[in-house]
Design a protein around this ligand. Structure first.
Ligand code: ADP
Ligand code: ASP
Ligand code: MG
Length: 406
């Protein structure tokens, strides 16, 4: 008998027939004698709609109320799945984040889970009940509902698996595993049987939305056996494993992209100590993550240009904040561009091989794609390009590193 956490994403619970199909899949594990905790997302499209509603009321709005609105999608799907399970004779009960509770910090809209009270869930599991837990939501320090950031149900599932010391955490989605690149835009992408936590973490943080970054971080930290698989067939998916679990390393294991970036350039910034701190400090204090940064060399020793990227969803807030800092930092102009994308090449094999970045730059040059910003780490190279070239760049790089399926 094993304890299994099964997470079903939005497309897996998109309509009533699919919810019934999910219930049948859960029942298979229950009938096999396993204890099962189910985590579900909102029905496909619902969260996007709710986010759009909050923006339509006010572009810049109270993050607490954003959470009140966008967390509601999961309340519907847990209730429906619990009913579907009961219809099949499986004793099931829905749980919202606050009822467990899953506690988080107070960073509304992108909260981090801090603790999970497992006693009551464990007691119910022992009696054969199936808890159906709302993903994406938690209870903040002020006793208000928080949400964990887009894609956060993955994190709810892994955090529950870690807290309950589950034997397995299965992430059911609309693709049958993790691919060398997003199969929606690269027809020749190949499914990986295994990927290391580290590479998966890098792929996720660079835009591969198949798993939320934070969920991979938690799986890696607590060594949760994680599998990504399709909810539409009974097929093995991709196992996320330790490095020892992989016999042969490819130089590059995947190409990721993200359209969630926006570029900000401050023109004519004073070239003196403390400017970067005065700028990036307040952004961080306001939970605005800065990703890529380039500072131009100052020609006259007094002024320089500073370019960096933030999440597109944070752009309005970042600009509003930078305008209030204008007096302190002193800059001539603020330029923004949200029609950019970040394309990245990922692979642990890069540690021991030179020339990976060079091949990337050459491939993009051959396609006439201009690179706006570059950033690198031990196992990845990222470039910022105009958004319109995203598909072209991703496909060309996929071919250039020999990842295309035969
Ligand atoms: P869910 O609603 O089940 O959480 P998501 O839409 O969040 O599903 O994640 C699944 C999607 O992730 C796939 O449909 C696919 O387009 C996208 N994706 C991006 N990169 C990859 C990748 N490397 N491998 C597999 N899927 C990827
Ligand atoms: N429903 C939330 C979202 O769309 C959480 C999730 O699907 O993981 O972001
Ligand atoms: Mg998802």
């Amino acid at each position: 008998m094993a304890l299994i956490v099964q997470k079903f994403g939005g497309t897996s619970v998109a309509d009533i027939d699919r919810i019934k199909a999910v219930a049948r899949r859960v029942k298979v594990e229950v009938d096999a004698g396993n204890r099962v905790v189910v985590v579900v997302s909102a029905m496909a499209g619902v969260t996007n709609q709710l986010v759009a509603h909050t923006r339509a009321v006010a572009a810049l709005h109270d993050a607490r109320e954003y959470d009140t609105v966008v967390s509601s999608g999961e309340q519907v799907s847990v209730g429906l799945l619990a009913i579907a399970l009961q219809e099949l004779g499986v004793p099931a009960r829905s749980w919202l984040g606050w009822q467990i509770p899953i506690r988080s910090d107070g960073a509304h809209g992108k909260a981090r889970i801090e603790s999970i009270e497992t006693a009551e869930l464990a007691r119910r599991l022992a009696t054969g009940q199936v808890p159906v837990v709302a993903g994406f939501q938690a209870l903040g320090p002020d006793n208000r509902v928080t949400t964990l950031g887009r894609g956060g149900s993955d994190t709810s599932a892994v955090a529950l698996a870690a807290a309950l010391r589950a034997d397995r955490c299965d992430i059911f989605t609309d693709v049958d595993g993790v691919y060398t690149s997003d199969p929606r835009i690269v027809a020749k992408a190949r499914k990986l049987d295994r990927i290391t936590y580290e590479e998966m973490l890098e792929m996720a943080s660079l835009g591969a939305k198949v798993l939320m970054t934070r969920s991979v971080e938690l799986a890696m930290k607590y060594r949760v056996p994680l599998q990504v698989r399709t909810s539409f067939a009974d097929a093995p998916g991709t196992l996320v494993v330790d490095e020892e679990g992989i016999v042969e390393h490819a130089l590059v294991s995947g190409i990721a992209y993200s359209r969630d970036e926006a570029r900000i350039t401050l023109v004519g910034v004073a070239d003196r100590p403390g400017v970067a701190a005065g700028l990036f400090g307040p952004l961080a204090e306001n939970s605005i993550n800065v990703d890529m940064i380039v500072q131009n060399v100052s020609h006259d020793g007094t002024k320089t240009d500073l370019t960096f990227t933030v999440g597109r969803a944070d752009l309005d807030r970042a600009v509003a904040l930078l305008e209030t800092l204008r007096g302190e930092i002193g800059y001539a102009r603020l330029l923004t561009d949200d029609k950019v994308a970040k394309v990245s090449v990922v692979g642990v094999g890069m540690r021991s091989h030179a020339g990976v970045a060079q091949r990337m730059f050459k491939t993009l040059a051959e396609k006439g794609i201009n690179i706006l910003v570059i950033s690198t780490s031990e196992i990845k190279v990222s470039v910022l390009i105009a958004e319109e070239y995203t598909e072209l760049a991703v496909r060309a790089l996929h071919a250039a590193y020999g990842l295309d399926a035969p």
